[in-house]
Design a protein around this ligand. Sequence first.
Ligand code: TXA
Ligand code: MG
Length: 362
Amino acid sequence: MTTRVFALHPGGVWDEALAVAARALRDGGLVAFPTETVYGLGANALDTDAVARIFAAKGRPADNPLIVHVAHLSHVRPLVRAEPDALPIVAGRFWPGPLTLVLPRSPLVPDVVTAGLDSVAIRLPNHPVALALLNRAAVPVAAPSANRSGRPSPTQANHVLADLNCRVDVILDGGPTGVGVESTVLDLTSAVPTILRPGGVTREQLAAVLGRVEVDPRARALPVLDNHEWDAVRSPGMKYKHYAPQAPATLVEGEPPQLWRKLYELLANRALGARVGLLVSEEGARWLAGQGLPGGTLLFSLGPRQAPEQVAKRLFAALRQADEEGVDWLLMEGFPEDGVGLAVMNRLRRAAGGNIVMAGSK
Ligand code: TXA
Ligand code: MG
């Protein structure tokens, strides 16, 4: 299949691109489109064959369910069996936005979308291109992130092209995404609303509106939990190694300056001739550069430690760039888990695949 790419600039003429993309969706095809979080790989959620094509294009395990994207709150009703009291509260406050709600599914939603679960995940994205496409196609759109399974999520159209060229019908290029990490997945089927995956809407923001919010322990992706029985996992996506750069990665957690000292010590002990990529805060970059970096070291500065939104925005592109530069080893700085920092640490721990070092311990 040939992939058609359309650039949709603010203020430009989108009509042809949207017509082609909406037709592709209605004809059972695949369309990659920007959202405020990451690019999505969309298909008509009510078309079983089309949704099956998403899994094939991504190489995604069939037991990992998809998020259904809608253009209006009123489009949720046919997809759900019941509307929990919290639904209008959180949707009213955070939609359109980076929040996905897990709700009791109606029979209208095909099994292939929910991986056979009794619930369906739904989100109303906050991006002009996504909303224009959803309105034009006039169908609910199932869309995971538009990366090959296991790769970092795409925050630019060229990331999508790198992973999925000739595997999708249309790519809508709306420029770099704003949030940079995926939506927060909030389960509204449990007695207390529970964050299954931290993302663009923070735990603090949800707590302010809902009063009580739980964080599923697995949402922090702490390595000790990797040994748990995964059968009981509520958000199936959490069990897969994710966002993985091709090179092995090590995450160092703790407080500066011990944290930076540990990073430097690991760097100094690298294998002879190894090209190391350092994924660090602005302050960390400055401190490490001050020690003198060995030749061939690549420094990726993600942003100030106290500005997790900036770090989130740059994270996935930096992971991909490290791969492109052919680093042999990626050393990553851990960040505070406040605000979007919780999502950043979830992604970093999973990128490290359990290679986590605590600064201050041996
Ligand atoms: O920001 C985002 O959420 C992006 C954009 C494209 O909207 N989408 C995205 O989709 O990240 P994906 O497929 O990469 O991640 C969806 C997550 C997975 O962890 C999946 O297991 C979880 O949502 N999920 C989907 N349906 C679920 C359900 N019924 N119950 C629990 N978790 C569910
Ligand atoms: Mg994904």
